[in-house]
Design a protein around this ligand. Structure first.
Ligand SMILES: Cc1ncc(COP(=O)(O)O)c(C=O)c1O
Length: 431
């Protein structure tokens, strides 16, 4: 859809913010309904390239594996494939999506704690990188290697490293300190058609600190030196879990430092550069999700009701906390309210106002204590909701709103997920 009838006084370039106004949102509402997501696809591509180049400038043999689970809108995944990135998937469902959008199997990294034997076998034989997580998966691979003695079988191993600042013992991968990783190497050494391609480690830590990435990279290199003495591994994969870009309001709500892409790259890439200075360099794989996608999605909801209860001012919007923070972060996202001039006649209540959602839950408050003017017919636009939102939203009370994609170079909006219907939600039930 091309909005030629709306005058926008800003020139369009991928670097500038998406030009929104009440009039533009009004037209979008006419087309798509009173709540919807807007994906800024060019911003995603620019984040992706900026993140990648920060690493490549130091260690050229770097590739990104985009974490599908963080936001698997197919248009994003297609864009990653187009830019040459890996699809980082953690289920057969995500693997199937990657294949459906044309990702070659060799560009798929299959991680995650639950993989069925048929899924593992199919992915390995198709040439995907399968990073094993537990001994049951090792058994599946050894059985495959024995069944197909003429076939070379190669896998990656997820390492469970003890790095500071996680606040708990991670459940993922093979315990390095406890000897589980060593046991796996022994099992594979006894099979002459089974080898380990590389080492993987993803640990999410609350502070996502530069220090923790320095340490995990250092430990992965030490493991690589120990286990790959004849020839370096094909890859060293440091996982994801990096902070993305955010505005100062949101930053101020974290009690830790928010590193930049550059700072993360400087924590990881120089270590590989100095350890592998020669011609043969293992591939550095980085698996960002949040870092590249968090700030590329907005959620728009119309204000449809206002009320005062004792001292509490309340505005009802056509959205829910499940749309913008289904993981209940406890943070207030950045918010813009777009007001129409006509709205000055409408009923207004004085701030602060709680912006509440359509569910029957008391905690369904999208924003607490909004301090500006707001009234029925206004649009609220939440920013920085690209990570763990559309993939997490349950079909609770209402079907999902549509997603439209904005292309800042063309100044065009396109529908990329239609509004769900009642039928969609109940189609899998026996009625
Ligand atoms: C193996 C793996 N890689 C990458 C990611 C992406 O993490 P984030 O979205 O925090 O960058 C995750 C998320 O849990 C993961 O499990």
């Amino acid at each position: 859809m091309q909005l030629t009838n709306i005058v926008v006084n800003q020139s369009i370039s991928p670097e500038i913010e998406m030009p929104l106004s009440w009039t533009r949102l009004f037209y979008l509402e006419k087309e798509y309904g009173d709540s919807f997501f807007i994906l800024d696809i060019k911003k995603f591509e620019s984040n992706y390239q900026e993140f990648l180049q920060a690493f490549r400038a130091i260690y050229p043999n770097t590739h990104l594996g985009y974490s599908y689970k963080t936001n698997y809108i197919p248009k994003l995944c297609q864009s990653v494939n187009f830019m040459g990135g890996y699809a980082e998937v953690v289920s057969q469902m995500e693997y199937d999506l990657a294949i459906a959008i044309g990702v070659p199997p060799s560009r798929i990294i299959f991680n995650g704690p639950l993989k069925y034997s048929e899924d593992i076998e199919r992915a390995i034989l198709a040439g995907s990188i399968v990073n094993l997580d537990c001994l049951e998966e090792v058994d599946i691979v050894t059985a495959l290697a024995r069944r197909l003695p003429d076939q070379q079988i190669a896998v990656g191993l997820r390492c469970n490293l003890d790095v500071v600042g996680i606040g708990r013992i991670s459940r993922f991968g093979f315990d390095v300190e406890g000897g589980a990783l060593d046991d796996v190497f022994k099992v594979f050494r006894e099979l002459n058609n089974c080898s380990v391609l590389g080492l993987h480690c993803h640990i999410s830590s609350p502070t996502r600190s530069v220090e923790s990435y320095k340490l995990r990279t250092q430990k992965l290199i030490e493991l690589s030196d120990y286990y790959f003495q004849e020839k370096p591994p094909q890859f060293i994969d440091v996982g994801g879990g990096f902070f993305g870009k955010m505005n100062d309001d949101l930053k101020a709500q974290f009690d830790c430092y928010i590193p930049s892409y550059q700072e993360y790259a400087e924590a990881i890439a120089p270590q590989l550069k100095s350890r592998f200075p020669g011609n043969y360099t293992p591939e550095l794989i980085v698996e960002p999700g949040v870092a590249v996608v968090a700030d590329v999605l907005k959620f728009v909801a119309k204000v449809v009701g206002m009320k005062t209860v004792q001292s509490r001012q309340i505005a009802l919007v056509v959205g829910s906390i499940h749309n913008i923070k289904p993981t209940l972060t406890g943070k207030e996202l950045s918010l813009q309210v777009y007001r129409s001039e006509e709205n000055s006649d409408h009923k207004n209540i004085s701030p602060p106002v709680d912006l509440v959602g359509y569910t029957c839950m008391e905690h369904d408050c999208l924003y607490n204590n909004y301090s500006g003017q707001i009234g029925i017919g206004d649009y609220v636009v939440f920013d920085n909701i690209g990570a763990y939102t559309v993939v997490f939203k349950p079909p609770f009370i209402r079907p999902n709103p549509p997603i439209i994609s904005y292309d800042s170079t063309l100044n065009e909006y396109d529908l990329i997920r239609r509004r769900e219907t009642t039928k969609d939600v109940f189609s899998t039930y026996v009625i």
